[in-house]
Write a protein that binds this ligand. Structure first.
Ligand code: HEM
Length: 415
């Protein structure tokens, strides 16, 4: 049945009107109802046997068995099924009967019963009860069997319809929870973004002032002045604070990538050239593979340089003074792979799993935002970022990007 609520079309499940209509279609008459009522007492003693066979057959299937929580529940359901069979033969197939039967489908959805089991289960019950009626050798066994089939068809229709209705409700509710979570996340990020922007303003301006003043004082000092080293350290700490604020800003207010055709080999070479001056790389060997020939892709070069630089600096921090870092580029027609590998201390499984979480860090220094910024940038390029690591052996970060994010038709990335 379809009706409108708040202007939205809603397909609802079976109601009492549908039940009456279905009963009329199936053609279950009051004399057939009487036939079932009369035959019931003569079958009653055999119902526990039907129930026993039903569950014995069911429990042979591991998936069906898994639906049951414990033995106590199983015993309870056996009693419920026994009652259900008795009620089949009470002869009152009215609205109260329908209301009661409607609950069963809902219960089955609640316990995550796969719907296909209902058909086989109903077929088993049908066969067993038919045989029981045949064995009574009644003057009109065929009539009673036909009445039973009609009633079981009606039961199946109620069970499947209420099953479908509850299932749709369950899926809708799950969707609603997911959407609410996404909305909360967006609102949360918007709040963090505003906070970060105003904090950044409040912090960066005075920092620039302090930095300028320290540089002036420092430039007026003789090289041999005992406080010169202290001034240098103050400036280094200011730089650290400044880049921590930058990280927070980038994380909280990510910019969508400005995608343009670029030579990715060139992007990697530029990035490594800049990094060569970084103190943390001075004693390490940094190798570059596959970046010497032209390989074009549609990327935001600035953001991608930021990702590679971040990964190389992370790798450097994980290495001993004689460590080695390799940045490798490879491509297929439609994909680009950038690998940053080190032979440093590696990560435990626990650390590896949490490495992309914002603010997660195992280092004394750092905001714990670097890797999650990388992941966001890669995700915005519709790519994926994967980390594999072995403690004591090293870490490999693999980035896979579509060469033409717009042309591939890819919709989601997995990070
Ligand atoms: C045509 C076949 C079936 C019938 C007539 C039937 C009947 C029933 C009935 C009457 C209830 C109680 C509903 C309520 O009022 O809450 C119930 C619940 C349940 N059924 Fe079925 N059932 C059938 C098939 C199955 C199958 C195939 C499985 C498992 C593989 C199953 C597992 C359960 C479970 C786990 C419950 C929940 C018991 C609880 O509330 O703890 N049923 N069923």
């Amino acid at each position: 049945m379809v009706h409108q609520r708040d202007g939205t079309a809603i397909i609802s499940g079976m109601d009492v009107g549908d039940f009456r209509q279905m009963k009329a279609w199936i053609g279950l008459t009051s004399s057939e109802a009487d036939q079932l009522r009369l035959v019931g007492p003569r079958l009653q003693a055999s119902f526990p046997g039907v129930v026993e066979l039903f569950y014995r057959t069911l429990l042979k299937d591991p998936e069906a068995k898994a639906v049951f929580r414990d033995d106590a529940q199983l015993r309870r359901v056996q009693d419920l099924l026994n009652t259900w069979i008795q009620e089949l033969f009470e002869g009152h197939y009215d609205e109260a009967y329908f209301e009661k039967r409607s609950k069963i489908g809902r219960t089955h959805v609640r316990v995550d019963l796969p719907q296909r089991f209902i058909f086989t289960a109903m077929s088993l019950i049908r066969t067993e009860l038919t045989q029981l009626i045949q064995a009574l050798d009644l003057p009109d066994s065929l009539g009673a069997i036909e009445a039973l089939h009609k009633l079981l068809d009606l039961e199946l229709a109620i069970m499947l319809e209420t099953y479908r209705e509850s299932y749709v409700d369950k899926v809708r509710e799950a969707d609603r929870i997911i959407m609410q979570r996404q909305l909360d996340e967006v609102q949360h990020m918007a709040t963090i973004g505003q906070l970060a922007a105003s904090l950044a303003h409040e912090i960066k301006n005075p920092l620039a002032g302090i930095s300028g003043a320290v540089q002036v004082i420092s430039s007026e000092m003789e090289d041999s002045h005992p406080h010169r080293q202290i001034m240098k350290e103050i400036l280094q700490q200011i730089d650290r604070l400044d880049s921590a604020v930058d990280d927070l800003l980038i994380y909280a207010r990510p910019k969508p990538p400005e995608l343009r055709q670029a030579d990715v080999g060139q992007v990697i070479r530029n990035c490594l050239n800049v990094l060569r001056g970084d103190p943390s790389l001075q004693t390490l060997t940094v190798k570059c593979e596959g970046a010497d020939h032209h390989l074009d892709a549609t990327i935001d070069s600035v953001q991608m340089e930021q990702v590679i630089s971040n990964l190389v600096l992370n790798a450097a921090q994980a290495c001993n003074s004689d460590g080695q870092i390799t940045v490798a580029l490879a491509a297929t027609d439609d994909k680009l792979m950038i690998r940053v590998q080190d032979n440093g201390e590696g990560m435990s499984e626990e650390t590896r799993k949490r490495a992309l979480e914002p603010f997660f860090t195992t280092k004394a220094k750092g905001t714990g935002l670097g890797l999650s910024i990388c992941a966001h940038i890669v995700q915005a390029h519709r790519g994926s970022l994967q980390i594999t690591s072995t403690p004591g052996v090293g870490t490999l970060v693999e980035i896979c990007l579509p060469r033409r994010p717009h042309a591939t038709g890819e919709t989601r990335s997995v990070i």
